[in-house]
Design a protein around this ligand. Structure first.
Ligand SMILES: [Fe+2]
Length: 348
């Protein structure tokens, strides 16, 4: 792990902005909150200037009224201070590119839809410098992630199994396949630096089976490795049973405290494509200083989540991301991962 000097960070952000096609004809907003890393704000500002864009920095008041249980970093529910600030929202919608350096991100916030449908490209980043640098994307990452998403688009069902006992099926009709590749150069598209994954949003009515979290799988936002297996029973996209040891009690407590029926439904799912991800990095940082994209997008993982579902009009803030390491994922019976390893043809 390392820190980067200002000039080095500016160089890193400049490369990232180049991938995002930021140019001298564009307007860029660096969106921050009072707790954002000032060195990232400065580096993003410098990168936009380097590419000749018209840039401004907007710093919003931090935090949102804390729901119970807390949603914490990376759940993407956004800052309520933006909802109350119409001029800033209009600025974001009118801009070409937004570098989102808020701690929470806005991916699951209703205002994100407003920004994207206005054509704004939005990139979110909050990981430490070492994780940004190690997972620096390339143009080829987009090609590969798009190819993987296309595989989902062409399939009618996804099956996930694992030695720990997972056997889950998901219907893929109208599942809105998508991808993340660590940069965004298409109008109206959100992405996350770093990330590389294929994902979809299956209709809950067609998600059924058992998901077993095995030791060393990860549960976000707890940012912890599983120690005792947890078996989740899923019927029509709803988690109806949580069985196991300490982590099972933790998850059941979480769902109970949410007191929100939407929290128990499945959300996006897919598999990771990031070759440079370090599964174990989560064990090397203070939880407040890391979001966990290494685990979320590690090549060959199976990532499943709960809560919000934009295509089913569910906007609950309660979002669990659960990457599993040793699953086999197949599309219409054709393997895309085997025991947590990517089948090479998928990568293109
Ligand atoms: Fe997620």
């Amino acid at each position: 792990m390392f820190e980067l000097a200002g000039s080095e960070l500016a160089e890193l952000f400049a490369r990232e902005f180049e991938l995002c096609a930021v140019n001298s004809a564009e307007t860029v907003v660096v969106l921050a909150e009072s707790g954002s890393r000032p060195d990232y704000v400065a580096a993003a500002f410098a990168a936009a200037r380097r590419h000749g864009a018209a840039v401004s920095v907007v710093t919003l008041p931090a935090g949102s009224p804390a729901p119970l249980p807390s949603v914490r970093t990376g759940t993407g529910y956004g800052l309520v201070s933006l909802d109350a600030n119409r001029p800033v929202l209009e600025l974001l919608k009118a801009s070409d590119f937004v570098m989102d350096l808020t701690l929470e991100g806005f991916i699951h916030a209703p205002v994100m839809g407003d920004m994207l449908s206005a054509g704004t490209r939005v990139l979110y980043a909050c990981e430490p410098p070492e994780i940004l640098a190690r997972n620096m994307p390339t143009e080829q990452d987009k090609v590969e992630a798009q190819a993987a998403a296309q595989r989902i688009r062409e399939a009618s069902s996804m099956t996930i199994t694992s030695p720990a006992g997972t056997h889950l099926t998901a219907g893929l009709l109208d599942s809105h396949p998508g991808f993340q590749c660590g940069f965004t150069d298409d109008p109206g598209r959100w992405d996350h630096w770093p990330s590389k994954m294929a994902l979809c949003w299956p209709d809950g009515d067609h998600v059924n089976g058992t998901l077993v979290l095995a030791p060393n799988d990860i549960i976000f936002p707890f940012k912890s490795y599983v120690e005792n297996p947890v078996a989740l029973t899923i019927e029509a996209g709803r988690i109806v049973g949580v069985d196991g040891g300490r982590e099972a009690a933790m998850l059941e407590g979480f769902f109970a405290d949410c007191d929100d029926p939407e929290a128990r439904f499945t959300s996006h799912m897919g598999w990771g494509l990031q070759r440079t991800a370090d599964w174990w990095s989560l064990g090397m940082y203070d939880k407040e200083n890391v979001m966990g994209m290494d685990g979320r997008c590690a090549e060959g993982n199976f990532l499943i989540s709960t809560g919000p579902h934009p295509f089913k009009d569910r906007h609950t803030p309660y979002h669990l991301d659960m990457p599993l390491r040793s699953c086999s994922v197949s599309l219409d019976g054709v393997a895309v991962t085997v025991d947590g390893r990517l089948v090479e043809t998928v990568a293109g």
